[in-house]
Design a protein around this ligand. Structure first.
Ligand code: ADP
Ligand code: MG
Length: 700
């Protein structure tokens, strides 16, 4: 399988190089170089019978009888030919690469042409059909209905350079498949194939490269998707196991009085049932001798912070240090203040570590941490990681994990301490199960699935900014005059933070001299110093600037229950995940709240549909699902930001069923035979694919 493509008979150095440059280095790569699509040549259509059926793909066999080049305006020409069979004729047209096309597709040329028929004015035509040269015998076979599915391989410049066109590639691949597939070794035995309901590797290869029909192809692609998903799941299963086996965890003896007091005396509210049940799951992990790897999911505003605080309190009262890592300084600051308030008088020390802490204070904190003194430390990830050794670290909580990639997370989870701390990861991103087990396959998941009681209602309106912007701000003015508080968010316009900032600054000035004249407007953005940020937040909270104009820095975690209005300018530029996060800043108190999504025309069809989803639902899961429906798999709720491992054949959304099957299979395999001793071929395959993945995971 590792045979270099250069040594494959019939390829030679020139073609070999073209393959290598296309990333196809070994025989294995060649076999997994699967067609990009197929043309169903089991049926051909007489030209006379396509009349009236547009938008369907047909295969026509005929001879070119006429050809002409049409020069268009601005030098944009097209090449048109007329194709005839015994029954009728139709126009074929090319708008691109006409110079190459006209050299070989000209009167007298006979071939099979496949494509979608479309209507152009009164006439039918096919634009850019796929062309297959045919020998006389082939043409007769096809017309007699003896054709098969024809594979179309991905093409590129390298292949063109060595004259590997569709037909050439097909012939070449056909030979390679014929020669090597019979020698392929399957890493699954007969009984496993049966158990999983998949076809053998050989059968899959034939099905992909030489399908006789749809069914052949589907079985083939399912098999290689299953393998791909299984390898990823094996890796997660193995990572979970390794963390349990190799690393000694902490076994916390008991929940003590301090934490009881925190829950029963200090918190100004009763925990929801949901919060209680996730706390039980967390406590089970903490008292077990294995390090916890748990993700805590809960929609925006569901009350994750207090759960984290209770877990940290348990760690500290048992003599350990606990770290809470957050993505921004403002959030660190806010968590610090909240913790201090709730923990006051309980004897738990809380430290804040951010870039703005003075050197002297920082040094004191660091020394305290290095001495192993039990305490809570709150700060940004970067800071805590870089500046601190904590010999006594017992619990790490990572807040708003959606901001970070997989590799970063794994690094945070595996600090260089002797016994591994427990790790709790909190996220508000409502990810479906299939996505969760792909991204966080090594974690157990807990979910807070109810909101604290007594929350006001949030109404969301989509507004046309060209015509109705003033109405929105009049409404805001009215609310503010009655004692309300409003956020106004300006979006990231360009990649540059500077311009982003400018939008907020200018937006604020315009509002101050315009729609919101006479009202005090605060400003908050990422470039401010922490004490300036604090000041801005404080003034907003106490009402001296009842309106806070901001960049998206408030998106993450900000908790000011008195805020009831949220205006988002250029809402059409935000992702739904972000809009949902932003909107989560209001509706945190008992009063009803309003969110205005201002869009400026032209707003695309898709953008409009997405904004509408926001106005219909307040439920993160719901929104995510709808978003998925509109945008389709890959883009889903900002998956790319998650640092999703690359999957070549499968799509974690579309192939959910298969993914769950792979997950179960991996769990079974690893639990009965962690070293995969009884299927050595699979073990080899796993080690090979794991190696490349491990690089991606950045852990050994
Ligand atoms: P998130 O899950 O988005 O991080 P927070 O932890 O910021 O949410 O909580 C949102 C708000 O709800 C906070 O003001 C918090 O004090 C409050 N809260 C948390 N739990 C409860 C509860 N059980 N009852 C009432 N309010 C609660
Ligand atoms: Mg939070």
């Amino acid at each position: 399988m590792e045979l270099s493509v250069r040594f494959i008979r019939g390829l030679g150095p020139k073609k070999g190089e073209a393959f290598e440059k296309s990333g196809i280095i070994t025989l294995r790569d060649l076999l997994y170089f699967i067609p990009r699509r197929y043309i169903d040549r089991t049926r051909t259509t007489p030209i006379s019978s396509i009349k009236g059926q547009t938008e369907t793909e047909v295969t026509l066999i005929g001879t070119i009888t006429d050809a002409r080049e049409v020069r268009g305006k601005k030098g944009r020409g097209r090449y048109e030919v007329y194709l005839e069979d015994e029954t009728d004729g139709i126009a074929l047209v090319w708008f691109k690469k006409t110079n190459q096309i006209k050299k070989w597709i000209k009167p007298g040329f006979t071939a099979a042409f496949s494509g979608k028929v479309n209507r152009y004015g009164d006439t039918l035509q096919i634009a850019h059909p796929d062309v297959t040269y045919l020998s006389k015998g082939e043409a007769e076979d096809l017309i007699a209905g003896k054709g098969r599915w024809v594979a179309i391989y991905p093409g590129n410049k390298e292949f063109e350079r060595v004259s590997l066109d569709n037909r050439g590639m097909r012939t070449l691949m056909d030979r390679i498949i014929g020669e090597f597939v019979p020698m392929l070794n399957d890493h699954w035995t007969e009984s496993y194939l049966k158990k999983y309901g998949i076809v053998s590797l050989q059968e899959a290869m034939y099905g992909l490269h030489r399908p006789r029909n749809q069914d052949d192809f589907e079985k083939g692609i399912e098999r290689i998707k299953f393998d791909e998903l299984l390898m990823l799941q094996l890796l997660w299963a193995w990572a979970r196991r390794k963390r349990k086996e190799k690393s000694k965890g902490i076994s916390y003896p008991a929940v003590k009085q301090t934490t009881r007091d925190l829950i029963n005396k200090k918190l100004p509210f009763k925990l929801t049932d949901s919060q209680r049940s996730v706390l039980h799951e967390i406590w089970d992990d903490m008292k077990s001798p294995y390090p916890m790897s748990r993700m805590l999911q809960g929609d925006v505003g569901s009350g994750k912070t207090v759960v984290a605080l209770i877990a940290m309190s348990i760690a500290v009262e048992n003599g350990y240090q606990a770290a809470l890592m957050v993505p921004t300084e403002i959030l660190a600051e806010q968590h610090y203040l909240t913790s201090r308030r709730f923990l006051e008088g309980l004897g738990i020390k809380v430290n804040l570590l951010t870039g703005s802490i003075r050197a002297k204070a920082k040094k004191d904190i660091q020394e305290g941490l290095e001495s192993g003194e039990p305490c809570i430390i709150i700060g940004t990830h970067a800071l805590i990681q870089k500046a601190v050794t904590m010999p006594n670290l017992g619990l790490v909580v990572i807040d708003e994990q959606h901001r970070f990639g997989v590799a970063q997370r794994l690094k945070l989870m595996n600090p260089e301490t002797e016994s591994k701390p427990d790790v709790l990861i909190m996220t508000a991103t409502p990810i479906p199960r299939s996505l969760a087990i792909s991204l966080y396959g090594d974690l157990e998941v807990s979910r807070i699935d109810e909101m604290p009681p007594g929350r006001g209602k949030i109404t969301t309106k989509v507004i046309n900014g060209d015509t109705n912007r003033e109405t929105v701000y009049n409404e805001v003015r009215k609310r503010v005059n009655k004692g309300g508080k409003a956020y106004i968010v300006f979006p990231l316009i360009a990649e540059s933070e500077k311009i982003d900032l400018q939008a907020a600054i200018e937006g604020r000035e315009l509002l101050m001299s315009g729609f919101l004249r006479g009202i005090k407007l605060g400003l908050l953005h990422g470039k401010m110093k922490i004490d300036e940020k604090e000041e801005a937040m404080r003034k907003f909270k106490d009402g001296s600037t009842p309106v806070l104009v901001s960049t998206t820095v408030i998106e993450v975690g900000i908790d000011i229950p008195e805020a009831t209005e949220m205006v988002i300018e250029h809402a059409e530029r935000f992702g739904l995940a972000q809009l949902h996060q932003l909107r989560g800043r209001i509706g945190r108190g008992g009063r009803d709240s309003r969110c205005y999504l201002i869009g400026y025309p032209p707003v695309s069809e898709v953008a409009r549909a997405r904004l509408k989803i926001m106005s219909k639902s307040n439920d993160g899961f719901n929104i995510a699902e709808e978003d998925l429906r509109i945008r389709g798999g890959g883009d889903f709720f900002g998956i790319r930001q998650h640092g999703m491992p690359e999957l070549r054949f499968s799509d974690i959304i579309m192939d959910q069923g298969l993914l769950l099957k792979a997950r179960r299979a991996a769990d079974d395999l690893i639990s009965v035979d962690p070293d995969l001793k009884h299927i050595p071929e699979l073990k080899k395959e796993f080690e090979r694919s794991a190696l490349s993945r491990l690089k991606w995971m950045e852990v050994g």
